[in-house]
Design a protein around this ligand. Sequence first.
Ligand code: NAP
Length: 248
Amino acid sequence: MRLEGKVVIITGAGSGIGRASVKRFCEEGATVIGCDIDVEQLSSLASECKELKGKMIPKKLDVTDRTAVQATIDEIKNSYGRIDGLINNAGVTRDGLLQKISEEDWDMVIDVNLKGVFNMTQFVIPVMLEQGTGSIVNTSSIVGVYGNIGQTNYAASKAGVNAMTKTWAKEFTRKGAKIRVNSVAPGFTKTPMTEKVPEKILAALEERIPLKRMGEPEEIADVYLFLISDESSYVTGQVIGVDGGLVL
Ligand code: NAP
């Protein structure tokens, strides 16, 4: 098993890519702390993971709540003594053309997608620095690299995530620690997030994708797995596209 003995935190664990990742990581023997604001989703996920080799621990957590984030990370450190992986996967969209985006929609997307990543990483990093090892994956998007009509707030948040990834890849290794930080930039992936996109637009998009289909959440989970595992020991500071070739 590729993650035996590893303790990994995954945010946005209850749905879509996060949910598929929790299962994949449990199959590979990890202890996974699955964090999400949606408790019902977490408890059904915990039941689905019971038969798998690893262990899934559900935690209700809003990544924008710094006090709760600090308390959760302290609790995890006290219970398991270490944190090997952090996947900052929680994310939201509030789409609209620039003239129509409200201040609330701007703040919401920046708070969850950007500040949430800052909050989680700021409280996890002392644990990883103490260990001298760790791997952090920040979930970005192709939109954070190439932009997209109607997604000013989302594009800004994901571009910021990529900038933090590169900064942290330099910062966390300053004193010789082996802490890697990478971004994964999914293309259009079949999750509740893309269920909101009209059929017609999705069909047109699929036509533009060289692989002629949307991604499955499990295909993103497999890249997370590679980046958290020691198989990617020389990969850091990268933004890895998992998009069926859409941006080519
Ligand atoms: P999803 O199915 O909507 O799952 C996101 C999960 O995050 C949901 O369970 C959501 O709960 C939770 N969440 C929202 N706000 C949170 C908060 N403040 N604290 C903790 N958890 C919170 O979305 P997904 O498609 O799997 O997306 C996962 C990541 O991939 C996101 O960062 C997204 O931006 C990125 N991504 C997705 C696609 C795609 O095509 N699906 C493409 C590029 C990038 P609620 O459901 O209750 O809000």
